[in-house]
Design a protein around this ligand. Sequence first.
Ligand code: SF4
Ligand code: SF4
Length: 76
Amino acid sequence: MKVLVCFLLILVSSCKSPLEKSELTVINDRCTSCKTCVYSCQSDAITIINGVAVIDPAKCTQCGKCVEVCPTNAIY
Ligand code: SF4
Ligand code: SF4
């Protein structure tokens, strides 16, 4: 019985993690490099590279603030 419970716990935890840590995407054609998202990010996870916002998934906490403030809906 213990083995079955452990197996189920491992299965549930391995299934949840990819969904919880899905990365945000920037649509390059929509980005005007206005930096609104850069200023809104409290994790300092966004930089403008070659005129496009780039999100560092290692720093991003998935708070969603940049998605809310982007005037061109370039981040999802
Ligand atoms: S707020 Fe939107 S348009 Fe402005 S730099 Fe960020 S992703 Fe680009
Ligand atoms: S979701 Fe939050 S932490 Fe991640 S890049 Fe956007 S503002 Fe920064």
